[in-house]
Design a protein around this ligand. Structure first.
Ligand code: NAD
Length: 479
């Protein structure tokens, strides 16, 4: 049994009120460990540790911070197998995915911000005719809160922590209570890398108790949050009157727009991934597929054919394409959308639970393709966040643009076409923070990352993240 503990001031602690939650393994539905359900008092202790570490950490040279971050990234890499096994067991994702995507990316996050902080600079303005010069200081905020979801656990957790500490802040962080294991392992790696005590503090527990204590804490001055839109709205409502700086990365319902003139083979291969990678539990998945009518029937046949060959299986089996969904309640939520599809739409493929031999209580679902006849239906308007995609044909560029934008979300969009002018026109008009053309999930960590509308506020990535985690202070000197 894995007993997860809080990591506060460089040490591991049980929760003060001794309250615990069960940790379930999605692959077999069994309890395999316990995690703290931390209280406000635990969060207060984490804050005190962070606050005490801040004066020294914020004055640590960039070179020293950079060295420590590099050592953390090396520590993650040196323990790749252990981290990947934990991530897969905790989340249900294929071990192969955790090994090749999740954990390497967590290491890259630290390495990237180790370098980025040495290149980060602020502006100066010579006020000609006024005999003055202005320069801008970029100062760390102090103690900041980082809250992350379960779908890419260590990947998204470190995407926040790395820029926060690189910029000189101290952190109180909370991973999802559904996938706490790799965040727990990170504590040891940080100690071994020489991260001073209290710079990073990790408290585990429910959103409604532990998370709530972080967002309500009067002296935690900024919150970087990734998770659902409803939670994001609640955090905004709570934190805004306390004048906290907020970065909110929320849900998506992303269009995948396919034109006849695309590179068909490439598009087909990538569309299988953008639909079902990580069991469809990536905020960037292209969950609404729109196909130009001239190739609609051909695409439908080929797509179904490919998807039928995806293997649903135990996450540790290297032949597995689709592992288990993250929890029983999430599986039930996804299945409730399949029920809607049975009544009002056409299920082209999948739609049933899968029993994996030896793991009968695991949370497995077939990859599911649903044909809808309007964008205006629940299946195209609500985030399902599972191995379920919808598809429908379109006739004109204007029609598809209108449907792509007719949704409350605006995270990403994928466009498959070789027409340059169309690419430029649509990229300009699609309401999303990230547009991929003839690719999907190609990530350059320097680029701004985030959504518009109900998909969020603010941007992560590159210098955007370092700007978020610093306050700009202008100094004006007259000479
Ligand atoms: P969630 O909103 O339920 O939980 C996310 C985190 O917030 C968890 O750690 C949770 O404990 C915490 N939380 C919940 N209530 C809280 C509260 N009152 N105060 C403070 N913290 C609280 O989301 P989830 O189900 O874990 O994740 C899935 C969602 O995340 C999907 O909607 C997905 O689209 C979104 N997501 C977005 C991005 C992005 O970059 N935009 C990336 C990944 C996932």
């Amino acid at each position: 049994m894995l007993k997860v503990q809080n990591y506060i001031n460089g040490n591991f602690h049980d929760p003060l009120l001794n309250k615990w939650l069960n940790n379930y393994c999605p692959a077999n539905g069994e309890i395999y460990g316990s995690i703290p359900n931390s209280s406000k008092e635990d969060v207060d202790n984490a804050y005190i540790a962070a606050q005490s570490a801040f004066p020294s950490w914020s004055q640590t040279t960039l070179e020293e911070r950079s060295h420590i971050l590099i050592r953390i990234s090396e520590g993650i890499e040196a323990n790749l197998d252990r981290f990947a096994e934990m991530e897969s067991k905790d989340n249900g994702k294929p071990l192969s995915l955790a090994k090749t995507i999740d954990i390497p990316r967590a290491a890259s996050n630290f390495r990237f911000f180790a370098h980025a902080i040495t290149q980060f600079s602020s502006e100066s303005h010579q006020s000609i005719g006024l005999d003055a010069v202005n320069y801008t200081l970029r100062q760390p905020i102090g103690v900041v809160g980082c809250i992350s979801p379960w779908n890419l656990p260590l990947y998204l957790f470190t995407w926040k922590i790395a820029p926060a500490i690189a910029a000189g802040n101290c952190v109180v962080a909370k991973p999802s209570e559904i996938t706490p294991a790799t965040a727990y392992l990170l504590g040891d790696i940080c100690n071994e890398a020489g991260l001073p005590k209290g710079v990073l503090n990790i408290v585990h527990g429910l959103g409604s108790t532990t998370g709530q204590a972080i967002i309500e804490h009067p002296d935690i001055k900024a919150i970087s949050f990734t998770g659902g839109t409803k939670t994001g709205a609640h955090i905004a409502k709570t934190a805004a009157p306390l004048f906290k700086k907020l970065s909110l990365e929320l849900g998506g319902k992303n269009p995948n727009i396919i034109f006849t003139d695309c590179d068909y083979k490439d598009m087909l291969e990538t569309t299988v991934k953008s639909s079902f990678a990580n069991q469809g539990q990536i905020c960037l998945c292209g969950s609404r597929i729109f196909v130009e009518r001239t190739i609609y029937d051909q695409f439908k046949t080929d797509f179904i054919n490919k998807v039928k060959h995806l293997k649903v299986g135990h996450p540790s089996d290297y032949k597995t394409d689709i592992g288990a969904l993250v929890s029983k309640s999430h599986l039930e939520k996804v299945l409730s959308y399949v029920e809607i599809a049975k009544k009002d739409h056409t299920i082209l493929c999948g739609g049933n639970k899968v029993t994996v031999e030896g793991y009968e209580n695991g949370y497995y679902l077939q990859p599911t393709i649903i044909e809808v006849n309007t964008n205006d239906c629940q299946l195209n308007q609500e985030e399902i966040f599972g191995p379920v995609v919808t598809m429908m044909p379109f006739d004109t560029e204007d029609d598809v643009l209108q449907m792509a934008n007719q949704v409350k979300y605006g995270l990403s969009a994928t466009l498959w076409t070789n027409d340059l002018k169309r690419t430029m026109r649509l990229s300009n008009q699609l309401q999303a923070g990230i547009i991929w053309v003839n690719t999907w999930m190609l990530r350059d960590l320097r680029t701004p990352f985030g959504g518009i509308k109900a998909s969020g506020v603010g941007r992560e990535g590159g210098f955007e993240a370092l700007r978020f985690f610093t306050e700009a202070k202008n100094v004006c000197i007259k000479y």
